[in-house]
Design a protein around this ligand. Structure first.
Ligand code: 3NM
Length: 217
């Protein structure tokens, strides 16, 4: 697989709870718009569990595979392994990154971080990329920490964190370019895509903002 950094430009994160319509349609439209990687994050009030969660993951994975979009599973190593997904993403409160690395071999490992110390630890534990957030306030994560602002992206870059890094939390079409200019390799979004009236068009615009800003860096 090529450098993870190449896939991070437009990272779509979603579970059934985030969708106002069939998650398969949401994903299809986002794929048409140009997402570059997908994370199945079935979390929050009303989230599917057990077989229902597995079945949805299987269908979403199939869609991603058809379009060569890497499929990452949030915080469920067993699900990722049984589907043979491309990777796993864990937060600070989830299973320890080092243990996950041991279980998943050379699959992609992403770790959510909120500051320099967590970023250094995640990389020492074997993370392939960092998810830094929340950059702005978000309504999509119940236990989200305080927003760190784009300054935290710059701070990590100034402190030798050169690893692939995707920014998350409250990122919109209006702020996408600023986030990239601050040093992120990509943006990760839930609501900006899930809640858009026209998902494909919204996704295309987000992608264009990211790519344009990347070329300026
Ligand atoms: N993780 P939206 S913020 C899943 O800070 C997630 O680690 C975060 O959703 C973190 O794009 C977040 O709707 C929610 O703000 C992102």
């Amino acid at each position: 697989m090529s450098d993870v950094r190449d896939f991070l430009s437009l990272y779509f994160v979603m579970g059934s709870v985030d969708c106002k319509k069939d998650p398969l349609d949401v994903l299809d439209e986002a794929i048409q718009g140009g997402i570059t990687i997908f994370q199945f994050r079935e979390k929050g009030k009303g989230a599917l569990t057990g077989l229902e969660k597995y079945r949805l993951a299987e269908k979403l994975f199939e869609r991603c595979r058809l379009h060569h979009i890497p499929f990452i599973v949030n915080d469920d190593v067993d699900l990722a392994l049984s589907l043979e997904a491309d990777g796993v993403h864990v937060g600070q409160e989830d299973e320890a990154a080092k243990r996950v690395r041991d279980k998943i071999g050379n699959k992609i490992l992403g770790v959510s971080v909120h500051n320099l110390k967590e970023a250094q630890a995640a990389l020492a534990d074997g993370a392939d990329y960092l998810g830094l957030g929340p950059i702005f306030p978000t309504k999509s994560k119940e236990d989200a920490k305080a927003a760190c602002g784009i300054e935290m992206i710059q701070y990590l870059r100034e402190n030798k964190i050169d690893a692939p890094l995707v920014a998350i939390g409250g990122i919109t079409e209006q702020t996408a370019a600023d986030v990239i200019r601050a040093g992120a390799d990509g943006i990760a979004v839930i609501s900006e895509i899930c809640h858009a009236d026209h998902i494909t068009e919204k996704t295309k615009r987000l992608y264009a903002h990211v790519i344009h800003a990347k070329h300026q860096n």
